[in-house]
Design a protein around this ligand. Structure first.
Ligand code: CA
Length: 229
């Protein structure tokens, strides 16, 4: 089963990043847009399985975005609303949103709604196995293999590799990787992301001095390339 993709459109960056880190951990591929316009562009290029949509957005308003998404098909929408936006919430549901979560919400609650809505639409939880190129990751058993060979990874390295394998070709900033690790309760400083990557490279790269899987994007962060070489 393919990994399910979720698009989060939310202008409060901190909330957007928290939601992203949490749902990545839950086994989804998650992309974020901070404006309605970017949300619409990403929706068209990503073709996500679900959209989490904040109602009050700069540019294209959440309700207008919901209307456009609905015009394109049946992709489920979960709306994020403030308590004061009750009229908008009703309008959103009328516009075809599948569910809503009122701010402030718990990430656990949001994830439960996401699972429920996706189950209704597609049937089945997110996959417990990730595969990209020679990498095979069993999330439930917490085992990672490279070309069939079991890798001896620390919990941090395992989670880092899982994030990369889930998103081949995507550039991660150090900050994003840090948030994923912090979300797993690893007390981590920005520069320690670099040392975790360095250790991971030592275990997966044919030549750690010239990485072929985890590439350094100078001044930005890292990018995973499943095909290596
Ligand atoms: Ca907002």
């Amino acid at each position: 089963m393919e990994m399910q993709t979720i698009l989060v459109v939310e202008d409060e960056r901190e909330i957007a990043r928290m939601v992203q880190a949490y749902l990545i951990r839950e086994g989804y591929r998650v992309e974020v847009a901070f404006t309605g316009d970017d949300g619409w562009r990403l929706f068209q290029s990503l073709k996500p399985d679900l959209v989490i949509l904040d109602l009050m957005l700069p540019g294209v308003h959440g309700l207008e975005l919901a209307r456009r998404v609905r015009q394109e098909g049946n992709v489920p929408i979960i709306m994020l609303t403030a308590r004061a936006e009750e009229a908008d919430r009703v309008a959103g549901l009328e516009m075809g949103a599948d569910d809503y979560v009122t701010k402030p919400f718990s990430l656990r609650e949001l994830a439960a709604r996401v699972r429920a809505v996706l189950r209704r639409v597609e049937g089945g939880p997110p996959p417990q196995v990730l595969q990209a190129g020679p990498f095979h990751i069993d999330l439930a058993g917490r085992e990672a293999r490279l070309s069939g060979k079991l890798l001896d990874l620390t919990p941090t390295e395992f989670d880092l590799l899982a994030v990369f394998v889930r998103h081949p070709g995507r550039v991660f900033t150090r900050r994003e990787l840090l948030e994923v690790l912090q979300d797993r309760s690893y007390a981590t400083l920005p520069r320690t992301v670099d040392s975790h990557v360095k250790n991971l490279r030592r275990k997966i790269e044919p030549n750690p001095d010239e990485p072929s899987f985890i590439l350094t994007m100078h001044g930005v962060g890292y990018k995973f390339r499943a095909e290596g070489g």
